[in-house]
Design a protein around this ligand. Structure first.
Ligand code: HAS
Length: 545
């Protein structure tokens, strides 16, 4: 990567790691409040810090890291012109302005609406304008990426696009289509309502538009991790991609099935016809398939590479893996965590079991295993080569050892925190609530041990954040100068060529649109025609703590 590209991508990395510190600190405070033995100072509200935590880690850190990482992949595989780079900067600044505006409103206590900003909770209009800017900034990045691949294809007629560029474009297509939903609710519903231009709004419509966006959002986080698993890890372990076609097919399936599934977040919501909930649950089970393809593909890559290196026996090939290389170890542990995490997702998606876990802290446990372990450990693993590539330095033994330690600290912390969340959730502990003994209820007394478990895990995780920040600073300013490898694996040789149909964008976008129209048109008409009169706004109902 040239210096100008590196500077742009490093700016995204800086926002990522600053967000990690701020958001992580808020997470620690939350777990402490929930033990019942800690009160927030200076009149700071519990929902204020919970909103900072969710918005900064769930929306800001992820979006900045992903867009920066994807720019790196595109610059490396299909190139970046100076004009595209300028637009890349525009995307960065628009997103940063939006983030800052929303963050100020949250910190002032004027937007304690949590990261899902469900109506009728109302935030200051600037909070919604800030979110709009973040989305517009990310759209600029989408179009830069589309343009990059389009230009490359023009210059390489008849050739398959590089796998990583193909994956980035799929992710950004999915992002663009799904953010239309959240943009619609923010612009048409939230902004006029928060400005006082209209007195009420259709709550069910806003929540449905949010979840039309909210579920693909989780795959927007996951797919960059999958990019690293499919196309970067094989290089790090000294092997090749298992199958170029399979990898592309998995990404296409994500594009098609990620969006028409939002109702699995609304299974307990009245006002949506159960038939449509059923259809979207079936589609949810379809979106599990590309993850199962990924699991198969990963095992195959590890086994084939091991056997090629001469390791034998049923599991002997496991020994060849570079266990002491943090670039492999951190993402690999993320993969391992995804086995129980994915099983938890399947439980959530099953209608009857969802009745048990919905709105309990089990769900929080689920996304700390998926997002905060699988995805984040993969992002950390990527940082150990990407940041040195960007800063013209090399990963050395010290940072490798610290990285391995960081990964283990993270896993231990998450074992306690997410484990306690899952168990307390099964005992009925609600998510999104500060400490209460619920008037001495016997049921609530059962949760307290797990709440301490969460605080222990949260404290260990905060140590993990401090180590990661040190690692980031070290890789930026201190690591020895040199040329670090940008590891991109080669496609396997001697296999069937990748079918051309996999790059038929019109076909895949067409199917995606048809499926969305099928899953959402009748429910939307129903929601618009039959919802009860809209609700007026109200401030957080139980005070600000
Ligand atoms: Fe989820 C709620 C269903 C995946 C994130 N999810 C959430 C929320 C978040 C979230 C943030 O159906 C909370 C939203 C809120 O605030 O209300 N989720 C699923 C399903 C999947 C799933 C079916 N979720 C994710 C991922 C996330 C994420 C990924 C973030 C990155 N989720 C739900 C549902 C709810 C929900 C309901 C609503 C609950 C409610 O009631 O509110 C699936 O995509 C999971 C499929 C995954 C697998 C695992 C495959 C395993 C692999 C690893 C292989 C390992 C190897 C290494 C090769 C089937 C690929 C092993 C080597 C060895 C040697 C062992």
């Amino acid at each position: 990567l040239n210096k100008s590209d590196s500077k742009l991508i490093m700016s995204f990395m800086w926002v990522t790691f600053i967000s990690l510190l701020i958001g992580g600190l808020m997470g620690l405070l939350q777990t402490l409040v929930r033990t019942g033995n800690f009160t927030l100072p200076f009149g700071i509200g519990y929902y204020q810090i919970l909103t900072v935590h969710g918005v900064i880690l769930g929306l800001v850190l992820t979006t900045f890291f992903i867009i920066g990482f994807q720019f790196a992949l595109m610059a490396k595989t299909v190139g970046m012109t100076s004009k595209q780079r300028k637009w890349g900067w525009a995307s960065f600044w628009v997103m940063l302005i939006g983030t800052t505006a929303s963050a100020i409103m949250i910190l002032l206590g004027k937007a304690s609406v949590l990261y899902t900003f469900y109506a009728p909770l109302k935030a200051h209009p600037i909070f919604y304008f800030g979110l709009t800017f973040v989305i517009i900034g990310s759209w600029i990045a989408c179009f830069v990426n589309f343009r990059q691949l389009y230009k490359w294809k023009k210059e390489h007629p008849g050739e398959h696009s590089p796998l990583l560029a193909f994956m980035v474009v799929i992710n950004m297509l999915m992002w663009f289509i799904c953010t239309l939903g959240v943009a619609a609710t923010v612009l048409i519903q939230f902004i006029p309502w928060s400005l006082g231009l209209v007195g009420s709004m259709n709550i069910l419509l806003s929540r449905t538009l949010f979840w039309y966006f909210g579920h693909p959002l989780v795959y927007f986080w996951l797919l960059p991790a999958y990019m690293a698993w499919y196309a970067i890890l094989p290089k790090i372990i000294g092997g090749k991609i298992f199958s170029d076609s399979l990898a592309r097919l998995a990404f296409i399936l994500f594009l098609i099935f990620s969006i028409p599934v939002g109702f699995h977040h609304q299974l307990l919501e009245p006002g949506i016809d159960p038939m449509w909930k059923y259809i979207q649950v079936v589609l949810t089970f379809a979106v599990i398939i590309p993850s199962l393809l990924t699991a198969f593909s990963m095992f195959a890559t590890f086994e084939i590479t091991g056997r090629q290196k001469g390791y034998t026996g049923l599991f002997g090939w496991l020994r060849h893996l570079p266990w002491k290389d943090v670039r492999f170890f951190a993402p690999f542990m993320g993969m391992v965590a995804f086995i129980p995490a994915g099983a938890g997702g399947i439980i959530n998606a099953s209608n009857q079991m969802n009745q048990v876990v919905h709105n309990t802290i089990w769900v929080t446990g689920h996304f700390h295993l998926t997002l905060a372990t699988t995805v984040i450990l993969t992002f950390f693993g990527i940082s150990y080569w990407l940041v040195p590539v960007l800063t013209g330095r090399k990963i050395d033994k010290k940072i490798n050892t610290l990285g391995m330690t960081q990964t283990i600290v993270w896993l231990v912390g998450m074992f306690f925190m997410s484990g306690s969340m899952h168990l307390a959730g099964l005992l009925g502990a609600p998510r999104r609530s500060a400490f209460s003994d619920y008037q001495g209820s016997a049921q609530a007394a059962e949760w307290i041990g797990y709440q301490y478990g969460q605080a222990i895990g949260g404290s260990i995780l905060f140590i993990g954040i401090l180590i990661m920040l040190y690692n980031f600073f070290y890789m930026t300013f201190k690591a020895p100068k040199g040329v670090e490898e940008f590891p991109i694996a080669e496609a396997p040789t001697g296999t069937e060529p990748t079918p051309i149909v996999l790059e038929n964008w019109r076909l895949w976008i067409g199917i995606t649109v048809v499926l969305i129209a099928f899953a959402y048109t009748i429910p939307f008409v129903d929601i618009i025609q039959n919802s009860p009169p809209g609700s007026p706004p109200f401030e957080w109902p139980i005070g600000n703590n």
